[in-house]
Design a protein around this ligand. Structure first.
Ligand SMILES: NC(=O)c1ccc[n+]([C@@H]2O[C@H](COP(=O)([O-])OP(=O)(O)OC[C@H]3O[C@@H](n4cnc5c(N)ncnc54)[C@H](O)[C@@H]3O)[C@@H](O)[C@H]2O)c1
Length: 262
C-alpha cells in the first residue's frame, strides 16, 4: 500500500459509501484525513472509528455547493494540519428513473450543482493551499455514465462535465505539481444504488467480471492516483468497472451470438 504519512487528505462526501471507504484506507496508510460531508452524525461516527484504530481524522461539515463552506474547510485544514496534499472530490447525488422530458429544472440544477459545480468550487478553494504545500493530487469521482452513453440526462451530463473539468485543471495545475485525474466507477453497493436492485443486476449481467465493484476496488484506485507511485499520471480517466466500458457492448453481442443469452 502507498505511504501517506505526513500527508493531509480531504475527501468530500466521505460520511458514508465510497468516500467513507476511501477515508478508512487513506487513514490506514498514515494520512491525516478530513472527512467532509453534509451528514454530520455519520461523519462523526466514522472519525470516531478511525481514531479508535490509532489513526488521524477530523470531520468538517461541508456542502460542496457552498463557497463559504469551502473557504472554512480549507482554512480549518491549514490551521489543523498546516498543509493539504490530496483532494478527493467524491460527493455526488444521482437521479435515475426519470427521462429527460420529465426532468424538472430544479433537479437538473441540483445534480449539476453538487456533481459538477461542487468539484469546480473544491478545486478552486483547495489549489492555493496545495500549491503552498508543494503540490499534490486531486482525484475527481466521475462515473461510467460520463464515458458511455447513458439514460439519465442530468447525472450523465454532470459526469461528462467532470471529465472536461478534470482535464482543464490537469493542464493548468501541472506547473504547480498538482496532478488531476478522474476515477469512474460503474456500479458500487452504496446507499446511492440501494433501492435499484434491477439496475444493479442488469449492470452485473453486462459486466465481463460479472459483479459490482467493491468499495475497496474503488478506494484502491483512488489511492493509487493520489499516491507518489502515480507521479507521471495526470489528466486521465480511469474506469473501475470490471470491463464494462471497454467490453460491455460486445459482451451482449457475444452472449446472444453464442446462444448464452436469449
Ligand atoms: N454507487 C455507484 O454505483 C456509483 C457509480 C458511479 C459513480 N458513483 C459516484 O461515486 C460518488 C460516491 O457515491 P456513493 O456511491 O458513495 O453514494 P452515497 O450516496 O453513499 O454517498 C454520497 C455522499 O455524498 C454526500 N453528499 C451529497 N451531497 C453533498 C453535498 N452537497 N455536499 C457534501 N456532501 C454531499 C452524501 O451525504 C453522501 O455521504 C458519487 O460522486 C457518485 O456519483 C457512484
Amino acid at each position: 500500500m502507498p505511504n501517506f504519512a505526513d500527508k493531509t487528505v480531504l475527501i468530500t462526501g466521505a460520511s458514508r459509501g465510497q468516500g467513507a471507504a476511501e477515508a478508512r484506507l487513506f487513514a490506514q496508510a498514515g494520512a491525516r484525513v478530513i472527512v467532509a460531508d453534509v451528514l454530520a452524525e455519520e461523519g462523526d461516527a466514522l472519525v470516531h472509528d478511525i481514531r479508535q484504530t490509532g489513526n488521524i481524522a477530523e470531520f468538517r461539515k461541508l456542502d460542496v455547493t457552498s463557497e463559504p463552506d469551502w473557504a472554512e474547510a480549507v482554512a480549518f485544514t491549514k490551521a489543523r494540519f498546516g498543509a493539504l496534499h490530496v483532494l478527493v472530490n467524491n460527493a455526488g447525488v444521482s437521479l435515475r428513473g426519470v427521462d429527460l422530458e420529465h426532468t424538472m429544472r430544479a433537479d437538473w440544477e441540483r445534480i449539476l450543482a453538487v456533481n459538477l459545480t461542487g468539484v469546480f468550487l473544491g478545486i478552486r478553494a483547495a489549489v492555493p493551499l496545495m500549491r503552498e504545500s508543494g503540490g499534490g493530487a486531486i482525484v475527481n469521482i466521475g462515473s461510467t455514465a460520463g464515458i458511455n452513453g447513458h439514460f439519465a440526462a442530468a447525472y450523465s451530463t454532470s459526469k461528462w462535465g467532470l471529465r472536461g473539468l478534470t482535464k482543464a485543471a490537469a493542464m493548468e495545475y501541472a506547473a504547480a505539481k498538482i496532478r488531476v485525474n478522474a476515477v469512474h466507477p460503474s456500479i458500487v453497493p452504496t446507499p446511492m444504488v440501494a433501492a435499484s436492485a434491477n439496475f444493479v443486476e442488469a449492470m452485473e449481467y453486462v459486466t465481463p467480471l460479472a459483479r459490482s465493484a467493491s468499495l475497496e476496488d474503488v478506494a484502491h484506485a483512488v489511492m493509487f492516483l493520489a499516491s507518489d507511485e502515480a507521479a507521471y499520471l495526470t489528466g486521465i480517466d480511469l474506469p473501475v468497472d470490471g470491463g464494462f466500458t471497454e467490453l460491455g457492448a460486445y459482451r451482449q453481442v457475444w452472449l446472444r451470438a453464442t446462444g448464452r443469452a436469449p
